[in-house]
Each structure stands twice: as structure tokens, then as C-alpha cells.
Design a protein around this ligand. Sequence first.
Ligand code: NAI
Ligand SMILES: NCC(=O)COP(=O)(O)O
Length: 323
Amino acid sequence: MRPIALTMGEPAGIGAEIAAGAWAALRGTGPAFFLLDDATRPFAAPVRAIAAPEEAAAAFPEALPVLHRPLPRPPVPGRPDTGNAPAVIAAITEAVALCKAGRAAGVVTNPIQKATLTAAGFRHPGHTEYLGEIAGTGTPPVMMLACPGLRVVPVTVHEALARAIARLTPELIAGTARITARALREEFGIARPRLAVAGLNPHAGEAGTMGREEIDIVAPAVAMLRAEGIEARGPLPPDTMFTAHARPTYDAAICLYHDQALIPIKTLDMAGGVNVTLGLSIVRTSPDHGTALDIAGTGRADPSSLIAAIRLAAELARARGFA
Ligand SMILES: NC(=O)C1=CN([C@@H]2O[C@H](COP(=O)(O)OP(=O)(O)OC[C@H]3O[C@@H](n4cnc5c(N)ncnc54)[C@H](O)[C@@H]3O)[C@@H](O)[C@H]2O)C=CC1
Ligand SMILES: NCC(=O)COP(=O)(O)O
């Protein structure tokens, strides 16, 4: 199959370390991937500088294939440098272009230091929003995090909580749920996806005595979805919908804001969680964690989530015929 393109992410973070760890784990089995990064950096793995993605598969069993994209400044672990931001962004842009050209099966992104890119003038709060611009399909992309036994989808993502709540509408929730249901059917092979829609307030509003968003916004969204034949239920009390008993009753939890979705999955399985962007013209996954500046350069970074992200990208690429 075509190789997966892995972006460098924040050069001062753990991206290069976990890329080396993922290569060591996958070199014998695949899926093959190549890293867009500076091949002259130190790596905890043998490296083969490649000139094109087409060279990755042959190199992969012996060395980590790196599509050499020089960094303007030598990376210092734990200390992001805005001078490297253009190279970080360029790696994402190029990986997407390689997918669109049929030269890579999918994109896996290493974590970026969002504030550093913002300081360097990047207008997007994260990959998800940028990918919506350069690989979108006409509707805003949807973030889903998945681990064995749980999938979560935040309806609002990288914005202040007060603003996220103010932006909630039945249409926004239903639109996100629709894209999720479609992806679960077409890419994850779930014939009739069951969606659990979270409430916002304690006890899902307790019949309006603790807030009316459930009555005015969430319940109408669920009704819209059900009228379309989508198996949705809610609003569910957020404090109990992630218990071991509740999780098997749905295929994805539609959550109203970032932390409502991400706290349960990272608590349950930080190492096994994968971030996947739904509603793009390409396949994109990512580890669920961030740049981990506090341990960068120490050799303590766990590559498990990146390995899971690469495997899932390959599965989704096969399901979508991009492999
Ligand atoms: N997809 C992306 O590009 C993502 C980027 N980020 C960005 O990462 C930066 C740092 O975010 P934080 O909230 O500090 O979260 P973080 O995930 O980078 O770190 C949280 C804690 O988990 C540990 N940790 C994370 N990944 C680990 C790994 N693979 N192995 C061992 N320990 C690990 C870290 O050492 C730290 O103690 C922020 O700029 C954030 O926006 C965060 C999540 C995803
Ligand atoms: N917390 C999830 C996260 O920040 C991932 O964002 P993105 O860069 O994948 O959009």
C-alpha cells in the first residue's frame, strides 16, 4: 500500500522520539510510513533520507524514512522556537498535498505547540481547523477521539468555554452528529451507529431547574437526528454516560465541548487513544496527546498512541480506497 505521511509536529516536542519508537514497532509488520522532518536531527533510530514518498516502502524495514525538510533553527527539546513554525506548517501542508496527489495513503500528524504557531502568525487554533481549510469537503471537519471501547466527538473544539456554549445550536449538534454517523457507517463499518448525545448542565439540566440548554438546544437536535433515521438519544447526564456500564450502549458520544469529550477518553486510555478528523477529503489521524515538552529529549515518551494512529490511518485509507 502507499505509505503514510507523518508530519514533524513541534520540533522541540516528542515527535521525533515517538516517530523513532513507532518505526521500531512497525518496521517488521507495517504499515510503512515516512516522516517529513529534518533528516540531520538526532533520531533514536537509523534514518534514511529519501527524496520522494515512493522510496519509503523499500527503506522502511531497515531505517526510518525521512523526507528531508531542513529546519531553520536547531531544535532544543522543551523550548519551542517560532523560527521553526513555518517548517512545521509546511510539513502539514505538504503531507496533505501528497495525499491529494495519491502519493501517500493518509496523513498522521505529530503534535504541534499551538501557542507557538499562533505567535508565528498561524491563523488556525489546531490541525483540525487548518485541515478543514486545505482538505475540507464543504462542511466543517469533525474531531473524533477513539480508543478500544469509546469514541467521543466534541461539537465545539478549540475555543473558550463561554464562547463554545454560546455557539451551541440544534443545527450545530445535529450537523456534527450527522458527519459522525456517516463516517461510522462508511469508514468504520458500523451499519447502524448508535449516538449518545450529552447534556451540558449538571444532571442534564434536571428538567430545566439547572439550565435550559438541554430543553432548548440538545433535545431538538436529537429529535432532528431521529427524524432522519439516525439512532441518537439524549440529552444524557454527562457524569454517568462514560461509566463502564454505559459505554457499550453507544458507538460514539457526541459531547458539547472539548473537555467533556477528551477528559473521559484520556483518563480511560491515554496510550491507546487516537484523534481522527472526520469529514475531510483525505485520511488524517494523530496521537491523542500533545507535545509533552516536559519530557522531550529524555527518552521517556511513549509511542503507543502514535502507533495506534498510524495503524488506524492505514485501516481508514483501505476503507476509503486510498491505500
Ligand atoms: N494534535 C495536536 O497537535 C495536539 C497538540 N497539543 C498541544 O500540545 C501542547 C502541550 O499540551 P499539554 O496539555 O501539556 O498536553 P500533553 O499531552 O503534551 O502533556 C500532558 C502530560 O502527559 C504527558 N505525555 C503526553 N504524551 C506523552 C507520551 N507520549 N508519553 C509519555 N507521557 C506523555 C506529558 O509529559 C505531560 O505530563 C499544547 O500546545 C497543546 O495545544 C495537545 C493535544 C493534541
Ligand atoms: N486536544 C485535542 C487537540 O488539541 C488536537 O487538535 P488538532 O491539532 O488535532 O486539531
